[in-house]
Ligand binder design. Structure first.
Ligand code: ASP
Length: 309
């Protein structure tokens, strides 16, 4: 793929003006590799429900972190998406999840990797952020943190769905993520995933890594990425997108250049969502489809899977 000219789909709220500074905005994605022909109604409903949950927090004066956590939790709970219950399986048939969350005022962050037995890893990441001592916990250490921080545990087998058991060999991508800005102008971003199907146990992807799958800086933007994790890690895509945005000032342009970097230097495919400090949203993907939706005071948009087929 990397030796082809990348075909990049970029969209933004510029063509559908929504926001100025300090006006809340929320954007969510359901993975750059989502198959638009597989249960498209579930994709649409998932994105809509995630927007509704996140927007309710922002509308009621909640923080962007609250909105991001709420939106991602909805997608983790919906088995159609590759996060929480319904995550893709490792090569030995288990679920191991990665998640990260970041707040852009103080650059605080929390993350978990290779965790089995937590239905909502984004909430564990959030508690780790709030606890503040360390940024990233893996495996049994993350489970121990969940116990200590009051995040519910579940039987790891509960996260394995029949659909994913059938798909053991398929390389299916479908991470979830959200980025929001609240009334105070604070930007937050979060990402959650089961990783790549058939991955080796212990493999950690970009979604757990601040700067790669997730980044937020309230002076610039928040970013959540999806796609080939190893490629995203190579170019530190989330942070890279922010740097491009800082120098160019235009979220559309930042998405376009960042995705070209992912394809050419990272040698992989993917997508990302952005909210900048002005409340402008943008997204793009080098794959055929990425479920995405955004919400502001004046607009709601949900990408149509049927339009991609
Ligand atoms: N980026 C995720 C990972 O490599 C997969 C995805 O976005 O679907 O773990």
């Amino acid at each position: 793929m990397a030796d082809q000219v990348p075909s990049v789909t970029i969209s933004s709220s510029d063509r559908m003006p929504i926001a100025t500074s300090r006006v809340p905005a929320l954007i969510v994605h359901g993975g750059a590799g989502a198959d638009p022909t597989d249960a498209p109604d579930e994709l649409r409903r998932g994105i809509r429900d995630a927007l509704a949950a996140g927007w309710a927090r922002l509308r009621d004066g909640g923080t962007s972190l609250d909105a991001v956590e709420a939106a991602v939790r909805v997608l983790e709970d919906q088995p159609r998406f590759n996060a929480g219950r319904g995550s893709v399986l490792t090569s030995v048939g288990t679920v191991e999840t990665d998640a990260s969350i970041m707040e852009g005022d103080r650059l605080t962050n929390g993350a978990v990797a290779a965790v089995s037995g937590v239905a909502n890893p984004i909430s564990l990441a959030r508690r780790i952020l709030e606890d503040g001592r360390h940024s990233l916990f893996v495996g049994p250490g993350a489970i121990e943190r969940a116990r200590a921080l009051g995040v519910p545990l579940c039987d790891p087998a509960m996260l394995v769905t029949e659909r994913r058991s059938r798909q053991l060999d398929a390389l299916s991508l479908g991470t979830v993520g959200a980025v929001a800005i609240d009334r105070a102008g604070t930007i937050a971003a979060g990402t959650s995933t089961g990783g790549t199907a058939g991955k080796l146990p212990g493999r950690v992807g970009d979604s757990a890594l601040i700067g790669c799958g997730t980044y937020a800086d309230s002076t610039a933007a928040g970013v959540s990425c999806t796609g080939d994790g190893e490629a995203i890690i190579r170019v530190a895509l989330a942070r890279r997108t922010l740097e491009i945005l800082k120098s160019a000032g235009d979220p559309d342009h930042a998405v376009e250049v960042a995705l070209a970097t992912l394809v050419e230097d990272g040698r992989g495919d993917g997508g990302l969502i952005v909210v900048d400090w002005k409340g402008r949203v943008a997204w793009g993907h080098t794959t055929p489809f990425m479920p995405v939706g955004f919400r502001s005071a004046s607009r709601e948009f949900v990408a149509d899977p049927d339009a991609a087929t």
